[in-house]
Design a protein around this ligand. Structure first.
Ligand SMILES: [Zn+2]
Length: 187
């Protein structure tokens, strides 16, 4: 895997992959979509609908060249996200709870599939343990280090309606918001 920046992989794509990425991104809510600011509800039914949602999110995440994707980003207000737990493995995690967080924190630039073209410095614990259920309702727990610990925290934030804009420094936030301001195109 290429260098990872928060939720987005940084690598050059061939034209076909770039086309797939654009199609995927068009299905992901973009800032300032109101779904991105809403808190998701706990997953209670581990049924075929949930498994289909998890499968669809995994495909979208891969096509979008991301390493994590939360249900709120596809407009579904359920506490579910998909992410890489290592370079090769993608899992779905429902009702995630960060049950342990190390005292050592690091600051790194994070991107977000819902805030394109922006990288913001975010400070987070470097090591965490996160628990929840898989798409079949079985209890799971993952011990994570960077960058996967960072991705899991980024996705958990999404389920609470929290974005990297809310986690970064006031200065970086100001600059990002200026660059995200809609531009009026004439002609
Ligand atoms: Zn994100």
């Amino acid at each position: 895997m290429a260098e990872i920046e928060g939720q987005v992989k940084d690598e050059q794509l061939d034209p076909e992959a770039e086309a797939r990425r654009r199609v995927a991104l068009a299905q992901i809510r973009q800032y300032p979509d109101s779904a991105l600011k809403m808190a998701a509800r706990p997953v209670e039914e581990f049924d075929d609908d949930l498994r289909r949602l998890a499968d669809r999110m995994k495909l979208l995440m891969v096509d979008a060249n991301g390493i994590g994707l939360a249900a709120t980003q596809v407009g579904v207000l359920q506490r579910l996200f998909v992410f890489h737990i290592n370079e090769d493995e993608i899992v779905a995690l429902a009702n995630p709870e960060i049950v342990e967080a190390g005292e050592v924190t690091t600051v790194d630039d994070e991107g977000c599939l819902s805030i394109q073209g922006v990288l913001l410095p975010v400070e987070r614990p470097a090591k965490i343990a996160i628990a929840g259920q898989d798409e079949n309702g079985a209890d799971v727990r993952y011990e994570l280090e960077e960058p996967y610990s960072r991705v899991a925290q980024h996705e958990t934030d999404h389920l609470d309606g929290v974005l990297i804009l809310d986690r970064t420094t006031p200065e970086a936030r100001r600059e990002a918001l200026a660059s995200l301001r809609p531009r009026i195109v004439l002609g």
